[in-house]
Design a protein around this ligand. Structure first.
Ligand code: ZN
Length: 426
C-alpha cells in the first residue's frame, strides 16, 4: 500500500503553478503513506538462542521491548520440537501458546529439539559435538501478532555458542555477532532460512550483487571453492530471469548423516556434500534449489509440477545459456526426461517428483517454444517466470495459464487439463 501511494505521488505530472503544487501536497498529506510514515512506532524483538555442543535441545528466549507492544501473540508450536514453554502471561493450549505481553518488556522461553530424522533415516536438522545445522524458521515457530498496523517490529537474533564456534545465517551480522533480521511484508519479524553454527569453514564472495557464502563443517572435504566458482558463472545468468534474487545467500553443505539431497529455504539452501554440481543426466541439484530460492513460489494442490518443472527446466537452461552444456547435450537431456516422464503422465497431483517433474520439464520446454513462436521471438517463458517470481506466493494452473497466454498472445494447447493429465495429445 505504501508503495502504491508513493508511486502515485511521484507519478503526478510536473507541477504547473502554485495551485497544482498545493494540490500535490494535499494529496500526499491525505495519503495513508504520509499518515503511516508520521505515526509508525516500533518495538524490538530480540531472539536469543543458546547452543551447547552435543546437546540437541536449544534454549530459546524471545524478548519484546517497547512502550507499545502487540496486545496478543500466538506461537504456533510443533509439539515434537517445542517444549517447556513459559513466561509471564503465557498460556499453552494444544499446539498454540497465547502470550499477552505487558508494555515495557516481556519474555517467553522454551526449548527446541534440534535433531530431526526424516523417514529416510537421514537428518535435515542435527546437533553434533562440533557443529549444528538447522532452520531458523523451525527454531522460531510461526507467530501471529495482534497489533495496529502502525506498530512495527525491529528484530535481532543473537546466538550464544562456544567461542571457537562461528554462526552463519542469511542476514547482516554486526561486529558484536548479532544478526539484524529482515522479513519483507511482515510486521512481526521472525528469522527464516538455514543456519549453521560450529567449527565450520566458509568461502564468501559477492556475485552479481549477491553476497554469497558457502559454509560447512571443517575437515569434511567439502568443495566450497568449486561451488563458489560454479555460482560465479551461473548465478548472473539466473539473475537475468529472476532479477529479484536475494541480495544475501547462504549455502550450507554437509555430508552424512544429513539429508542426501538439496533443500531450499529463505535466502539459503542446504546441499549434501556428495551431490555433484552437475549430474550425469546434465541436470544440477544446486541450480534447481537456487531457482526455488529465486522464485519463492509454491503450488496449490495440483500445481507443484509448475514449481518443480520451472526449477528443473531453468537449471538445464542456465547450463545451456552459460555454455556449461552444449545444445546437443541439452536436447539429449530433454529427450531422456521425456522418456522418463512417460512413466507418470498425470501432472496435476499434489507432489511432483521423479517422472512427474521430468514430464513437467518437457512440457515447460514446449510451452516456452509455443510462446516464442506465437510472439515472433519477442517473448518467452522467461517473461512468465520473471512475473511469477516477482509476485512470489502460491501459483495455480489458472494463474500460470493466464501469464503464459498473455505472453504468447494465443491459447497454448499444452496447458489444457486433458493434456496435462495425460488423457490427450496436444
Ligand atoms: Zn525442487
Amino acid at each position: 500500500m505504501h508503495y502504491f501511494w508513493k508511486t502515485c505521488y511521484f507519478s503526478l505530472p510536473a507541477q504547473r503553478g502554485i495551485l497544482s503544487g498545493v494540490l500535490t501536497a494535499l494529496i500526499y498529506l491525505l495519503s495513508p503513506f504520509a499518515l503511516a510514515a508520521s505515526e509508525d512506532t516500533y518495538y524490538d524483538v530480540q531472539y536469543k538462542v543458546q547452543l551447547k555442543p552435543g546437546d540437541d535441545q536449544a534454549q530459546v528466549r524471545i524478548r519484546l521491548v517497547g512502550e507499545a507492544l502487540p496486545s496478543q501473540l500466538t506461537l504456533h508450536l510443533n509439539p515434537e520440537r517445542h517444549s517447556e514453554v513459559n513466561g509471564e502471561n503465557v498460556t499453552v493450549e494444544g499446539t498454540e501458546a497465547t502470550w499477552k505481553p505487558e508494555p515495557g518488556s516481556a519474555e517467553v522461553a522454551y526449548q527446541f529439539k534440534i535433531d530431526e530424522k526424516k523417514t529416510s533415516g537421514r537428518f535435515d536438522s542435527l546437533m553434533t559435538d562440533k557443529w549444528t545445522i538447522l532452520r531458523s524458521d523451525k527454531l522460531i515457530p510461526p507467530i501471529s501478532a495482534r497489533a495496529p498496523k502502525s506498530l512495527q517490529s525491529r528484530a535481532t537474533l543473537e546466538v550464544d555458542a562456544p567461542d571457537d564456534w562461528n554462526v552463519l545465517a542469511p542476514y547482516n551480522k554486526s561486529e558484536a555477532g548479532i544478526f539484524h533480521l529482515i522479513d519483507p511484508g511482515r510486521s512481526f519479524i521472525r528469522p527464516k532460512g538455514w543456519m549453521i553454527a560450529g567449527r565450520i569453514g566458509s568461502r564468501q564472495d559477492v556475485i552479481d550483487g549477491t553476497d554469497t557464502v558457502i559454509a560447512g563443517p571443517l575437515d569434511k572435504g567439502l568443495r566450497r571453492q568449486d561451488t563458489l566458482a560454479f555460482l560465479g558463472w551461473t548465478l548472473p545468468e539466473l539473475k537475468k530471469v529472476f532479477p529479484e534474487f536475494p541480495k544475501k545467500l547462504l549455502i550450507v553443505m554437509a555430508g552424512d548423516p544429513m539429508w542426501r539431497g538439496g533443500l531450499s529455504g529463505t535466502r539459503s539452501l542446504f546441499m549434501h556434500a556428495d551431490r555433484p554440481l552437475i549430474s550425469g543426466n546434465r541436470t544440477s541439484s544446486m541450480l534447481h534449489e537456487l531457482i526455488h530460492v529465486g522464485t519463492g513460489i509454491h503450488g496449490d494442490k495440483e500445481s507443484d509440477w509448475i514449481v518443480e518443472g520451472i526449477a528443473e527446466y531453468y537449471s538445464l537452461q542456465t547450463l545451456r545459456r552459460t555454455g556449461g552444456i552444449s545444445e546437443r547435450r541439452y536436447n539429449e537431456a530433454l529427450e531422456d526426461l521425456a522418456e522418463w516422464g512417460e512413466e507418470s503422465p498425470n501432472l496435476l497431483v499434489k507432489r511432483s517428483s521423479g517422472p512427474i517433474t521430468a514430464r513437467a520439464t518437457v512440457v515447460l520446454s514446449e510451452v516456452d517454444l509455443a510462446i516464442q513462436q506465437s510472439s515472433n521471438g519477442e517473448r518467452s517463458l522467461d517473461n512468465v517466470v520473471t512475473a511469477l517470481a516477482a509476485e512470489r506466493g502460491e501459483v495455480t494452473l489458472e494463474k500460470f495459464r493466464t501469464l503464459v497466454e498473455d505472453a504468447a498472445g494465443a491459447p497454448v494447447p499444452q496447458l489444457e487439463r486433458t493434456f496435462l493429465t495425460g488423457k490427450k495429445k496436444p
